[in-house]
Design a protein around this ligand. Structure first.
Ligand code: NAD
Length: 424
């Protein structure tokens, strides 16, 4: 792990919160509340591995606040920490508020390395973690979803385990489920599609053509691969992509559909990587990818990758934060000085939770929408949120879109506290 990666995400979130409180003159009691997640659940649980060994896993669920039902994904990774989950839950609160969804933020995580586990072992960990959270997850109050290394497959196991334990099929308890189990059409592509919508709007604002624009994408998982596919379909040139193993480059632009098939249809789950794709002209490192001369840079992997150390070398015109927390506060300042437009995570990657909300509504009503309806509603909501943030920035002469997004979110959160009051 490099020096730049030794960033405590919670520390980063608190810095952002303090900056927001100071500049936007938010009541200090509200800032005090937001600095303390309302509930942090930590659990250690045993799982018998395929070779008969017993292993203890640690999992977390953090509810940042509970003004509204809490919502947030579950991450499986060896790098999960309590502080990371706390930061991700805080960003979920802001994200839901900036979009105007009826949720507060939550997040979950299990420290494990699915790349070194069999499918059976991943299933056992998922089911046992769900069991540990049986009094935490709830269709009315805490609804998980996918995140790094979890997908519709794990959501199906969560849905099944929860339903078995409570004695009825609870469609609303988790989103990101397979369509056959009450998932929403359009959920898999939703986060990447949302990143595309805000990037397209930003390009319009900057009067830059999307057609032929060059794009680099860090992370070719759910968010990155869908973003790359959709932006390429709309005429841009994806010239670099990467994953945890490294990156590939082709200045002519990749045929992203072909690359997608290569990674996800030809390779076994645990071997999936862009490295080795035959149409790459050279391999590049993740560090090099972030510093390429491109119109659009989309970090869609992990947090803390653009720091004060590498920000001076970033040459993109727009950074579209598909990942949560990819840019540190120190980097933000440098990017602003260099006139690089940052589309902040809480706005840019909100497409996922938006369609998760659609899924929740559809599941609770048992009435399902077409994919076109889902995508159209998503576009309408993302464009409206984008416009409200940019209009706020224009009206208040703020040249920091993250701060404008935080301002809109915090106005809504402050209002929630005013209306509910502080119990009792
Ligand atoms: P994923 O597991 O599907 O994909 C993650 C990708 O990042 C993979 O290609 C992986 O190889 C790569 N990666 C991991 N570590 C890396 C590293 N150190 N350097 C470079 N690449 C690395 O996960 P995802 O669901 O696409 O999530 C990616 C990011 O988007 C996360 O920050 C997540 O919190 C955020 N996000 C996801 C969703 C969602 O709906 N899935 C919604 C909003 C935000």
């Amino acid at each position: 792990m490099t020096e730049e990666h030794k960033i405590d995400p919670w520390e980063m979130a608190v810095k952002q919160l303090e900056k927001m409180g100071e500049i936007l003159k938010i009541d200090e009691n509200i800032i005090k509340i937001l600095k303390h997640p309302i509930r942090i659940i930590e659990t250690n649980f045993p799982v018998i591995m395929d070779d008969g060994r017993l292993e203890i896993f640690t999992g977390f669920r953090v509810h940042h606040n509970e003004n509204l039902p809490t919502k947030g994904g579950i991450r499986f990774s060896p790098e999960v920490t309590k502080e990371e989950v706390m930061a991700l839950a805080f960003w979920m609160t802001l994200k839901c508020a900036v979009i105007g969804l009826p949720y507060s933020g939550a997040k979950g995580g299990v420290i494990c390395n699915p790349r070194e586990m069999s499918v059976k072992e991943i299933e056992k960990v998922t089911r046992r973690y769900t069991h540990q959270m049986i009094n935490v997850f709830n269709p009315r109050s805490d609804i998980p979803a996918p995140d790094i290394n979890t997908s519709a497959r794990e959501m199906a196991w969560i849905y099944d385990t929860y339903s078995m334990l409570v004695g009825h099929s609870a469609l609303g308890v988790v989103t990101g489920k397979p369509v056959e189990l009450g998932g929403s059409l359009g959920r898999a592509s939703a986060t990447g599609r949302g990143v595309f919508f805000v990037t397209r709007q930003a390009m319009k604002r900057l009067k830059l053509p999307l057609e032929g624009a060059t794009v680099a994408v860090q992370g070719f998982g759910n968010v990155g691969s869908w973003f790359a596919r959709i932006i390429a379909e709309n005429g841009s040139k994806v010239i670099a992509v990467s994953d945890w193993q490294g990156g590939i480059f082709n200045e002519e632009g990749f045929d992203v559909e072909d690359l997608y098939k290569y990674v996800f249809e030809n390779l076994e789950n645990t071997d999936q990587t862009v490295l080795g794709y035959p149409h790459s002209t050279k391999d590049i490192s993740n560090k090099e990818l972030l510093e390429l001369e491109v119109d659009i840079l989309a970090p869609c992997a992990i947090e803390g990758v653009i720091t004060k150390y590498n920000a001076p070398n970033v040459k993109a015109k727009i950074i579209a934060e598909g990942a949560n927390g990819p840019t540190t506060p120190g980097a933000d300042e440098i990017l602003k000085e260099n006139n690089i437009l940052v589309l902040p995570d809480i706005l840019a990657n909100a497409g996922g939770v938006t369609v998760s909300y659609f899924e929740w509504v559809q599941g609770n009503d048992a009435l399902f929408w077409t994919e076109e309806e889902v995508n159209n509603k998503l576009e309408e909501i993302m464009v409206r949120a984008f416009d409200s943030v940019f209009d706020y920035a224009d009206e208040c002469c703020i040249n920091d879109i993250r701060l404008a997004a935080y301002a809109i979110a915090s106005e809504r959160i402050v209002k929630q506290y005013e209306l509910r009051g502080i119990y009792p």
